[in-house]
Ligand binder design. Structure first.
Ligand SMILES: *Cc1c(COP(=O)(O)O)cnc(C)c1O
Length: 372
């Protein structure tokens, strides 16, 4: 898409501050109405016969109207931009995204009547690109994934409001509560046999989810430990070990939304207790298995999370311990029908999920498996 295709942004300084405040008030009311109409996402329970003392819980973030956990983040980023006086009536909104965030941001931009541009790598799943466009957003595709930040900054230099998920996710989310994902999970656990989870497992894309959960666990004085599930060789894994903000991924990953090439500004290492690295092949096999277990498809990062949960469950079992392990189903699998769920696409990349699936079968291929 050529540069001139993007809508022109208005002046950065408004001539009428009172009208600005009036519009901000209206915009906040619209976001509050949207929240009022929404329901919380379900916490699914999974009892695996291989781990009699361990119960797993899967937070179904794919159930948001925009299909992923980024629905929460997009709302927070718009609130943050509005309350910082950075977003005005008619202004173009832009962000760099691997897709999920763009879809959720396009949804909120449309609620507020604002034009939206998503800067995405050209290799993003075609389905995600179509979803952004269906919500009225424009997609600016860049060939080199590491260039998305610079390209979003270029749009901002022309006057667009940069929601800037990678810089702001960690601070735009209210970690003390306000129905953030951690508060929601722990509230939903209150009537369960082990209401205080032994582990919560999540991925790191912007790092916003892990920062929010890690902070909230401390704020509430819980002993629950936080584990980040990371594609093998990802930047978070390398950075976390040495607390190195300059760390880079040592290999690319096919798992969208996580496995970042660099340490993002929102990665908060100190609240994370453990990192488990998962090969893409295993994440994909686990995503296929989740469909068998839950009757519905979820994306690759949900598979990465699930593998990490199985490894933690094994450790608990081997130590003779019981407890609950909670993780997230991050997005809808329908976004990956032409990629992770297409055997031909996988073969072309040298990936065969079958051996991984056979290896996973020992956890689940027994009568007594129960999804509640
Ligand atoms: C963003 C994302 C994640 C990681 O969440 P963060 O809060 O950004 O760290 C995991 N899975 C998917 C599908 C995502 O889009």
């Amino acid at each position: 898409m050529s540069r001139s295709c993007f809508p022109d942004a208005p002046r950065a300084v408004s001539p009428d501050p009172a009208a600005d405040r009036q519009w901000t008030r209206r915009a906040l009311a619209i976001l509050e109405q949207e929240a009022m109409r929404s329901a919380d996402t379900h916490l699914l329970r999974l009892d695996l016969p291989a781990f009699p003392g361990v119960t797993m819980y899967l937070k179904d973030e794919a159930a948001h109207p925009t299909g992923s956990l980024k629905h929460r983040l997009a709302r927070s980023l718009f609130l943050y931009a509005l309350c910082n006086g950075r977003l005005r009536e008619g202004q173009v909104v832009v962000d760099a995204s691997s897709g999920s965030t763009a879809i959720s941001e396009a949804w909120f931009a449309r609620q507020l009547g604002l034009p939206f541009v998503a800067v995405m790598p050209a290799c993003t799943s075609p389905r995600k690109i179509a979803d952004v466009q269906a919500l009225g957003g424009a997609c600016d595709l860049v060939d080199e994934p590491s260039q998305v930040h610079a390209r979003a900054a270029w749009h901002a230099s022309r006057g667009a409001c940069h929601l800037d998920q990678f810089n702001l996710a960690e601070r735009a989310t209210d970690w003390r509560g306000n129905n953030n994902i951690a508060e929601s999970i722990l509230h939903q656990m209150t009537r369960e046999p082990y209401p205080e989870p032994a582990w919560i497992v999540c991925g790191a894309g912007t790092g916003g989810t892990s920062a929010t959960i890690g902070r909230y666990l401390r704020y509430r004085g819980l002993s629950t430990q936080l584990c980040v599930a990371e594609p093998a060789g990802g930047a978070f894994a390398h950075g976390w070990r040495l607390r190195d903000p300059e760390a880079r991924a040592s290999q690319p990953s096919l798992i969208e939304g996580i496995g970042r090439p660099r340490v993002e500004p929102g990665f908060v290492f100190d609240v994370v207790d453990h990192v488990i690295e998962v090969e893409d092949e295993q994440s994909i096999a686990a995503a296929w298995l989740l469909e068998e277990l839950l009757g519905r498809r979820y994306g690759g990062s949900s598979g990465t999370n699930f593998i990490a949960c199985l490894r933690l469950a094994e450790t608990l079992r081997d130590r003779g311990l019981g407890g609950s392990i909670v993780t997230l189903l991050c997005d809808r699998g329908s976004r990956y029908e032409q990629t992770l769920f297409d055997a031909g696409w996988l073969r072309a990349r040298g990936i065969d999920p079958e051996p991984g699936q056979r290896a996973l079968a020992r956890y689940v291929a027994t009568p007594g498996l129960r999804m509640v």
